[in-house]
Ligand binder design. Structure first.
Ligand code: SF4
Length: 379
């Protein structure tokens, strides 16, 4: 079924070093493997498995890993390949994730001429103590340098990722980070809570008592205060973790929460065509090997049935501050919502976690802090 508009995602899993909390599909940069991987990405596009013939691409996202670490021509070649293989909208949002310390004026100029028009920078913190404790390979000064360099190259649609709950973080240091980010002039901010996998090095250090994390209740308070602070600075919150200046929401990321189609390439990349989800082989070398031997890199997939589609719609829409219109959802499905869901929503309203205005429901700020608990009900 050709889709009118869809997004493309490229997973570029190479990083300078591994951050202590990393649970993403990433490996330390290795030039020969990276060159092999870049060829495999083009190979996967040429295989064309599962991608639509019609329709129009209105977002392309280079995520990782650290896409800015790669030679800039890689990005230019991939954007060209997108243009050759798909019809790109004139106003296509083309985003790239970057980490401070991996940019240069030459790279930024090449990204710009290739059509990249949005850069998301993994700042995480403006406290060097916190950055060092998290094993990040940059300092706060390097984030400011990255912002200046990108602006000089003509890239002004910039976003910063910040992280709450890092070791060494205090109310004061977080406030400093938030104020620096808001004053930096970026169009978009993402505030993530540290999500620690027990198996990662930081998880082990915490378990062994070598590192302590900030108190969870204190971090929750900081999140709630940040929502208020950013609103006062003119940032609109549009998703639990995402805030933007008017008109600068991430078109690509909205597709995930709205269950719109995104076709993804690379190791571990996940695609959704509106009905079916699939995931590629996650090992970088195995992914390359499969493409080189002409095999489909898909490691698994499933068609999303009606019950699952409903549960996804509920918990993904509730991530957005616009929430969701229950009457409209029931009308679109042609049947009322299951009683269990209606009862759960009533219960969450009574607890003050969900607010209801006519048939539209949305999370409150306290609800956002227990979002995972709420979403479990709909899974
Ligand atoms: S930069 Fe991101 S993907 Fe790379 S190691 Fe750090 S957290 Fe993981």
């Amino acid at each position: 079924m050709p889709q009118a508009e869809f997004g493309l995602y490229f997973h570029l899993p190479f990083c300078l070093s591994r951050c202590r909390y990393c649970h993403f599909n990433s490996v330390v940069y290795d030039a020969p493997l990276e060159a092999r991987y870049a060829a495999a990405l083009l190979g996967e596009m040429n295989l064309g498995a599962g991608t639509p013939e019609g329709g129009r691409v209105n977002s392309v996202y280079f995520g990782g890993g650290t896409p800015s670490l790669l030679p800039a021509r890689r990005i230019a070649v991939l954007v060209d390949a997108c243009r050759g293989r798909f019809r790109l909208a004139d106003d296509c949002e083309i985003s790239l994730e970057a980490n401070p310390g991996t940019l240069s004026p030459e790279k930024a100029a090449l990204w710009c001429s290739a059509g990249v028009n949005r850069v998301s920078i993994g700042a995480q913190s403006f406290s060097d103590r916190e950055l060092a404790a998290a094993g990040r390979a940059h300092t706060a000064a390097m984030t400011f340098e990255a912002l200046a360099l990108l602006r000089k190259s003509g890239l002004d649609n910039l976003s910063l990722d910040l992280m709450l709950g890092l070791p060494q973080q205090t109310r004061r240091s977080w406030r400093h980070t938030l104020e620096a980010a808001a004053a930096s002039g970026v169009a978009h901010l993402s505030l993530y809570m540290l999500d620690l996998d027990e198996e990662c090095p930081l998880g082990t250090m915490v378990r062994e008592g070598k590192v302590t994390l900030p108190d969870e209740d204190e971090t929750a308070d900081l999140y709630a205060e940040s929502v208020e602070y950013l609103a006062g600075c003119g940032f609109e919150q549009y998703e639990i973790s995402n805030f933007s200046r008017p008109g600068r929401r991430s078109r690509h990321n909205l597709k995930y929460w709205r269950r719109e189609p995104v076709f993804a390439f690379g190791a571990g990349a996940c695609s959704f065509d509106g009905r079916r989800r699939s995931m590629n082989e996650s090992g970088v070398e195995e992914y390359c090997r499969r493409i080189e031997s002409g095999q489909n890199p898909e490691a698994g997939g499933e068609t999303v049935d009606d019950a699952r589609a409903l549960s996804e719609t509920l918990f993904l829409s509730l991530r957005l501050t616009e929430g969701l219109d229950l009457d409209r959802l029931a009308a679109a499905r042609g049947v009322p919502l299951p009683e269990a869901y209606v009862a759960a929503i009533d219960e969450f309203c009574a607890q003050g976690w969900i607010e209801r205005r006519r048939s539209r429901v949305r999370l409150t700020v306290p609800g956002m802090l227990v979002a995972n608990e709420i979403f479990q009900t709909f899974v």
